[in-house]
Write a protein that binds this ligand. Sequence first.
Ligand SMILES: [Zn+2]
Ligand SMILES: [Zn+2]
Length: 371
Amino acid sequence: MATGKAAILLGPGKGYEIQEFDVPTPEPEGVVIKVSMGGICGSDLHIWRGDSPVFAAMAGNVAGHEMTGRVHSLGSAVTTDSLGRPLKEGDRVCYAYFYHCGRCYQCNRSEFAVCPNKLMTMGPGPVSRFSGAYGEYYYLKPGGKIFKVPDEVTDEIATPVNCALSQVTYGLTKAGMRYGDTVAIQGAGGLGLNAIAVAKEMGADAVIAIDGVPSRLDLAKRFGADEVIDISQMTEPADRINKVKQLTGNRGADIVVEVVGLPAVVPEGLQMLREGGTYLEMGNISFGATTTIDPSQLVWGSKRIVGAIMYDPWVIPEALDFLVRTKNKYPHGDVVSHKFKLDDINDAFTNSEWQTSGDATKVNRAAIIMN
Ligand SMILES: [Zn+2]
Ligand SMILES: [Zn+2]
């Protein structure tokens, strides 16, 4: 039987080990994908560090969730992608890395992104150990959403489609973003940069990006940010809050997006909102990491907090179309600054660490190439 390599997470703080697993034979409604590239997302760094004790449960699994690849083998019942377009071996594809159950209160209301069972279905199943992005193969289980990738979209820019790009597209939609809104974005990593471009394309009047890494701020401008705030220069939260107000007619932003992933930025972000504004929380995935907020600000300011993780299936093909439309307008291909081989995944993570080293200038965002 053919085998393939995959990186197994040994545990938070312990890195990865490459192991070899059988390439599965797909069930009638499953698809085996030959992964071309896997991305390292902020969430993967949280898990790798062990930012929450809960992440210890992920040890022993193939890690990673951002990826793209080609159809390796199709289950006997699969003839099309999730939009009904003919699908064959060798086709380039993007796919969701989670599965809604179809049999719960939320799924019954077509709220697939909030299906409470979607996380449980992400790990290895009875058919395959290939259940993450950092492997030569990925097994898309029955019910998984899969979409053909247009030729104009390269592997480099297709890789973050199933996480960063779809996540921010769904999040801004859920936050009720409207034409003419001002949007402040805390964090200009993978999600933040995508959020800038998506907000602009959704009709933002102005986008303000906030980060402390020069290379990210530079990319933020190229992604369409009208203003950037460099936290390494403007070190006081009160000054940054005033700056956002200044840039938004002394009101504050209509929408503030949190994609830093540190609880400490939340109170500051809430104060950057205008009265009646919406705080979109997507970065803090570490269970048990807390912060203190003053809830009277929500009451007296009539502010909303909207949380979002993952997305509904319609988002992926919209994200791919967005890339086709805007491939020459934004530097999508420049987000990944470094590529590593699967065998060198531990180096890829060590070099991507920005939180303890405070320096993401060397590796802005890394991708793992499978061969
Ligand atoms: Zn991600
Ligand atoms: Zn469900």
